[in-house]
Ligand binder design. Sequence first.
Ligand SMILES: [Zn+2]
Length: 891
Amino acid sequence: MPSRSVRWYVRCPFVLVLLLFCKFVTVHAQVPTPVSVLGHDPGDDFYLADYDDAIRYFHALAASSDRIKMFKVGKSTRGEEYEIAVISSPENLARLDEYKAISRKLADSRDLTEAQARELSRTSKIIVHIDGGMHSSEVAGGQHSIQLAYKLVSSQGNPQIDAILNNVILVLWPTLNPDGQNMVVHWYRQNLGTRFEVSPMPWLFQEYVGHDNNRDGYMQNMIESQVVDKTELEYSPVIFYCQHQTAPFPARIWIPPFADPISANISPYMRSWYNVVGTQMSAALQEQHLPGAISQAEFDNWYPGFLDYINVFHNEISFFTETALYRYATPRFYTVDEFPKQYQDLKALTMYTDPWQGGWWHLRDAVNYMIAGSMSVLDTAVKYREQLLFNRWQAAHDNIEHFKHSAPFAYVLPNPQADTPEAALLAQIMIQNGIEVHRAKEAFHANGIDYPAGSWVILMDQPSSGLVKELFEVQHYPQAILDGSAKPVTLPYDVTGWTLPMQMGVKADAVTDPVGEDQRANLELVSQVDAPPGTIDGAGPSFILSHKPNASFEAVNDILAAGGSVAFARDQVQTSEGQETGAFVVSGLGRANLSSILEKRGVSAVSAAHSGDTIALHKARIGLYRPWAPSIDEGWTRWILEKYGFAPISIYNAGMKAGNLKARFDTIILPDISKNILLNGFKTGIVPSEYAGGLDGDGVQALRDFVQQGGTLLAFNDSAAAIIDLLGLPVTNILDGVKSDQFFCSGALLRVELKDRSRPGVYGLPEDPIVMFERGPAFEVKPGFKGAILASYPRGVNPLESGVLLHPEKIEGQAAAVEVAYGRGHIFLYGFKPQWRGQSHGTYKFFMNALYKYDQPAFAEMPPLEVARDAHAGKGASKARVEEEDDTPDE
Ligand SMILES: [Zn+2]
């Protein structure tokens, strides 16, 4: 029954018309629901919104409301426009630039007294980053951002949301990987209703790196990482929350706090807030009867390379959650007997407070858990706004005070050094990470060492210098964890050692004496570091380039493309870096042409007559094996080769099995791929038939023919171990079948020594390079071996430089890289990752030297083989590596 007042309105036609008009206006201004724009409600079974849908919806939302503004922040590899939504009260949005500036000021701390910082914390708003994830196969994240935006923008008069909008400025990224969201959703749509509805997509969901897009945090090789990091520095949020999906089964969501170990270089404020954020989230989930949250399991805070974690060094509370199920919008039913045994009793644990009991799990459930997580973070930001803001200032302030009184006081990157362009690149990477880098105006003296003018200096009394220490120092894994656990080998979630100067082959000295005022006066802040332009010295008929800078390979590829000739000098010759073997001798290109190439690449030439013995180089046709079971290592390799101008061609299974490879390629690379994936790929029935299978017998035979006919084959890590077996090489992988309690190294930096400097494969490398060892093989050559051991782990010395290596004695004296003569061709086996994640620049030469077409010199006589060691474990024990995607932990 209509109320009395309505009846009064109805009696008055003029008022009625006015009322209808107002009603019309209200309807018009109402924010659109997702279903009204998309035709589906994201989270519905069997439906996924792609990135274009998400952007369409966000724009519709922005057109209807003054609580949301859209900004374009960059482009993806495939050219998609990155857009972010900033959501807050209209009053806050009107002052957005001011609040961003305050946030940056508090994060920096230096221009504010404590009293000023307290006052700003009291009066300012708090900026929070939330995103729809970057692992696009974890599909719920991108659906959640749409629903979260709708919830915040559409609610009128809801006290919880009003408090959020009044206190928080939310920077909401629909996704951190637009290309991937489109790819994965289109793959799902294409297979929906077929027997391949839940099949994995047979290519990487981010160009080049796939899942490793979350391993590019500090290196910022990918333009996606650069877009995210640049935007973070601009908005300087206090909290960074990224959505992932792969909860440790049967948990429904993994939430902070993290498992140990945790980095010693992040602020203790951050460590405390991880606990607060996690505890608040646990209680919030309970309040909404969302069971199955687990914490302190699986995911640790050790490796700093995560894109969703790196900003912790800017004192942002950077973390993620892992909600259950991914890859599809198809519901699943779980029974308790499918749970791992230890969870079948459904008993509560301190960090698993309300065990999940099984049942249906829909995409909607995952979206709801994510919304609950995001809302909890926003509530926490409201509740602790002032303390969070002030702690941010304190964290930076404390850090600066610490490094005013404690070593290292600075790091120096000498300029010049053996590979100056790499040193310049390292300095530039630090700048991109928001670190202040200085350049010395005059030569100076520190720590008893003389440094030339132009050297780069990183002073440690700056707000985010914990990151510099984290990346530059040697990693020592906490002994308490190694000693205190019965199974230390399962502990590290990612690699354990990553010391960046070691990886990049760059000299960086820690300064242990305080930096005085006079020394500071000699420093100028730089905003961009480029390699000093290369020059030509002398006037001889040919030009000699040092083999030491990696950039020489870029220069050589430019020179070959421009029609010049290049050869390796086999004798010791003078280069800009001193006397060396294997320098590049350039001819057939005019001085002016060469000069412009060298200037751009930062490589200098000595111009002189060269009459010694040379090996002529020719551009090789390089094939890179690309399995349909997507290989991140393949992507990284392709990215590096393209960047250096090697123009690799992808070879898929069909191309390999078609044979006659020698007619098409000079060099073929097998990136780090397991034997099972190499041979079998995706099993038939898992993916549509055109993507099933691997090389199988035909592909292996084609590779054998290729090398026997004179081709060069390079095999990295697992592929090296596999190819020994598949081609029957006279080499043993001494780690085959060795259990992790007998030897363990899941990613650490190890020192090797070069065994035969006359081989072109090691030209340009230092005497004892440092390699990234990640669950690789180690080699011993058998009787009948013809070829060369290129590098070995030193005998009687622990090769560990950074990270964790258990039972070093197992590999001491064993070969790390081997060149095998095979028919008329050569096979290079690498028991490490010479191109690891685009970071291990110091070992690029190990494979780049093999990427030209040239006549390999004859092998020196091998010394007689030593008596075979006795401790080879038998076959049958499985490696620690997990292959099935569904079992692989995420993050
Ligand atoms: Zn993930």
